[in-house]
Design a protein around this ligand. Structure first.
Ligand code: SF4
Length: 580
C-alpha cells in the first residue's frame, strides 16, 4: 500500500515564502510512525511544484498512491481540494484523508461540500491515521467508525467519532529525525494560554505535554550530523518548563552541537537563568506574542499578560544577547488611534529589534470566530469562498480599511524611525564568558542592516552606517570574521581602500586562513593597483574559483602572461568540476 503525505500549496502567492515553505512538523511524525510500521510512505511539499491540473496529474500518476493524507491549514485548503479532485479522477478508489487544524474544526463542512474527501483526522494525527490505514489495507471499511478521532460519511451523512485521547508520552512516537531531514522542531504540544484568536488550545489542549530532553536533543543531533545547523523551534511556549529547557541547553553544549536556533515563548514564562542557558546553547532569537500595548485590547484577546511582564521579558532577552522579536496585532475589537498609540508607547519601551505586525484574523476553532458566526448567524459554509481567511476588521462596523491602513502606517513609521535608537540603547550583560556570544550577536545584527532585512530600508537612513557601528561593537567583545569582513567591504564600497585594508589586516591576523577576508583584502589592494600585494593574499586560495579569477586578473595587470594562463586553465578545470 503506497501512502502519500502532501503539504499542499496555499491559495495566495507569498512575497516571503519562508513561513510556508517549511512543512508542519506533524507531517514528519505521522510519516515516521508509518515507516516504523513498514508502510511505503512518501512526503511531498507541494509549495514549489506545479499547480495546473496537468502538472498535478503528472506527479500523482508517477507516485501512484493508494491513500493520500493532506496536511491542511487554513491557507492551503484549496490546494488540498484541487489535488484531491485530480487524484480521484485518476483513481476513483484512492482514499483521500484531510488532517490538521482546519479540518479538525471544519470536518462537517469538508465532508459536506467535497465528495472527494473520504475521511478527516480530527486532532493529533499519528495513531489515528495509522489505525485508518490499517482499516484501508485490510479493506475493513465497516470498522472505520470504531476509530476515535475521525470524521467520515455514514450513509452519506458526515459523522464524527469520539475524540481520541491525547498521546500521554510523546517519546513513544518514533523519532522523525531517524527518517527525515528537517530543521523545524517542537518540544511540546499544547499551550497553557487561551487567547481568543488562536486555535492551538482547542486543537492540542491546554495541558502541555513534553518530549524528554534526551529525545529532543537526539532529534537535533541526528539533523546536525547531516549538516543542519539552523533550527526553528516552534513550540507555542518553548520555555514552559524552564528546568527541561535548561537540561536541553546543557545537552546541546555537552554533545558539542554547534547550532543556532530561534524559539517562541510567552512573556510570563521566561527568566534570566533560562535565557542565559539558551544563549549559551546557540539561541539567537525569541519571539513573544506582545499583541498590543493596550491592556484593554489584550484583555479582549484574553492574552493574560501585563505590561510589566512584557517589559521584563524583552529586557532579559536582549540583555543576554538574544534578539527579542515581537508579534504585534492590530485591527482588534475596540482598536482606535488611542490603542495604537498605546502599542507604539509599549514598543518604544521594550525596544524590540524585530517586529512582525499582523492584522487580526478569524480562524476556525477560535473564540473570535465562534462569536463572529453567532453574531451574524453564519455557518462554516462561508469558507466556500475562495479566500484564505477573514480579517476581523471586515466584520466590525467601527473599523474600516482606511483605519487599518492608518494604524499600519502609524506602527510601521514609528518602528523604523526608532529602530536606530533601539539599537544604540542595547546594553548587554557584562559577563566575560558571554563576550564571544555578544560579538556574534552584534555582528549578526549588523548583517541585517548591511545586506539583510533592514538594508536599504529608506526610513532607516544610512543602514550601512548602522551596520558598521554594530560590526565595531562586535569587535569590542571578541574577534569575529564576519565583522572584519563586513567593515572591510563597507569601506571598500565607499572607496576608503586604506581603511578597508587596515581593518582587514586585523582580521587576517586573527583568521589567517579565512578565504573571504583574504580575498577582500586582495580586492582592496587590486583597487589600489598593488597587484603583488593582492597576490600575497589571493594565492593562498588556489582551489577557489573566485580567488583564481582575481589571481588571473592580477597576473594580467602585471603582464605575467604565463602565470595568467596557468590560473585561467586551473579556473576552467575547476569550473568543469575537474581536479587540478
Ligand atoms: S496565541 Fe500563543 S499563548 Fe495564546 S493560546 Fe495561542 S499559542 Fe497559546
Amino acid at each position: 500500500m503506497k501512502i502519500l503525505l502532501i503539504y499542499p500549496y496555499c491559495l495566495e502567492d507569498r512575497i516571503h515564502t519562508e513561513n510556508v515553505e517549511s512543512m508542519p512538523i506533524g507531517i514528519y511524525y505521522v510519516a515516521a510512525l508509518l515507516k516504523k510500521k513498514n508502510y511505503d510512505v512518501e512526503i511531498i511539499n507541494w509549495q514549489k511544484l506545479g499547480r495546473t491540473p496537468e502538472e498535478i496529474k503528472a506527479v500523482l500518476i508517477e507516485k501512484s498512491p493508494d491513500v493520500i493524507g493532506f496536511s491542511i491549514l487554513q491557507a492551503n485548503r484549496w490546494g488540498g481540494i484541487e489535488i484531491a479532485k485530480v487524484a480521484k479522477q485518476i483513481n476513483p478508489d484512492i482514499k483521500i484523508v484531510f488532517g490538521g487544524i482546519t479540518p479538525t474544526f471544519l470536518w462537517k463542512h469538508f465532508l459536506t461540500q467535497f465528495p472527494e474527501i473520504d475521511c478527516i483526522i480530527r486532532g493529533e494525527g499519528e495513531y489515528t491515521f495509522l489505525k485508518l490505514i490499517q482499516c484501508y489495507e485490510k479493506k475493513e471499511f465497516e470498522s472505520i467508525g470504531a476509530i476515535r478521532g475521525i470524521a467520515f460519511r455514514k450513509n452519506n451523512t458526515p459523522v464524527k467519532t469520539q475524540d481520541a485521547d491525547p498521546i500521554r508520552d510523546l517519546d513513544e512516537l518514533p523519532n522523525p529525525a531517524k527518517y527525515y531531514t528537517f530543521n523545524h522542531l517542537a518540544l511540546t504540544r499544547g499551550c497553557p494560554g487561551n487567547c481568543t484568536f488562536c486555535g492551538s488550545p482547542k486543537f492540542w489542549g491546554q495541558r502541555v505535554r513534553f518530549h524528554s530532553a534526551g529525545y529532543f536533543v537526539d532529534q537535533l543531533e541526528l539533523q546536525y550530523r547531516r549538516g543542519i545547523t539552523f533550527f526553528l523551534i516552534s513550540d507555542d511556549t518553548f520555555t514552559f518548563k524552564k528546568e527541561r529547557v535548561i537540561e536541553i541547553c546543557k545537552q546541546i553544549i555537552e554533545r558539542g552541537l554547534k547550532i543556532i536556533w530561534f524559539a517562541i515563548s510567552r512573556v510570563n514564562f521566561i527568566n534570566e537563568e533560562v535565557v542565559y542557558w539558551m544563549r549559551k546553547a546557540g539561541c539567537l532569537q525569541i519571539s513573544f506574542g506582545v499583541e498590543s500595548g493596550s491592556p484593554k485590547i489584550r484583555n479582549i484577546l484574553n492574552k493574560k499578560t501585563t505590561n510589566e511582564q512584557i517589559k521584563n521579558a524583552f529586557r532579559i532577552t536582549l540583555h543576554y544577547g538574544i534578539v527579542p522579536r515581537a508579534y504585534i496585532i492590530y485591527g482588534s475589537p475596540g482598536e482606535t488611534k488611542k490603542t495604537i498609540q498605546e502599542s507604539i508607547n509599549l514598543i518604544n519601551e521594550i525596544k524590540p529589534l524585530v517586529i512582525i505586525f499582523h492584522v487580526l484574523v478569524l480562524f476556525p476553532g477560535t473564540a473570535l470566530y465562534w462569536n463572529f458566526k453567532k453574531k451574524f448567524n453564519l455557518s462554516d459554509e462561508l469558507w466556500l469562498k475562495p479566500i484564505e481567511d477573514i480579517m476581523y476588521f471586515e466584520t466590525d462596523k467601527r473599523l474600516s480599511w482606511e483605519k487599518i491602513k492608518q494604524f499600519k502606517n502609524m506602527l510601521h513609521i514609528n518602528f523604523f524611525k526608532n529602530l536606530p535608537s533601539f539599537v544604540d540603547e542595547i546594553e548587554l550583560i557584562d559577563d566575560p564568558e558571554l563576550y564571544p556570544m555578544h560579538a556574534d550577536f552584534y555582528s549578526r545584527l549588523a548583517m541585517s542592516f548591511d545586506h539583510g532585512e533592514y538594508s536599504g530600508v529608506e526610513a532607516l537612513g544610512d543602514s550601512k552606517k548602522i551596520a558598521e557601528k554594530l560590526y565595531r561593537k562586535s569587535l569590542e567583545y571578541h574577534p569575529v570574521p564576519r565583522a572584519y569582513l563586513g567593515i572591510g567591504m563597507i569601506r571598500q564600497k565607499n572607496r576608503d581602500l586604506a581603511g578597508s585594508i587596515e581593518v582587514l589586516s586585523e582580521g587576517v591576523k586573527h583568521f589567517p586562513d579565512d578565504e573571504l577576508i583574504n580575498t577582500c583584502m586582495g580586492i582592496s589592494y587590486m583597487n589600489l593597483g598593488q597587484f603583488n600585494n593582492a597576490l600575497s593574499y589571493l594565492l593562498k586560495f588556489q582551489e577557489s574559483q573566485q580567488a583564481l579569477n582575481f589571481i588571473a586578473d592580477c597576473y594580467k595587470e602585471l603582464n605575467d602572461h604565463e602565470n595568467e594562463a596557468a590560473a585561467r586553465i586551473k579556473l576552467s578545470l575547476l569550473q568543469q568540476g575537474g581536479n587540478i
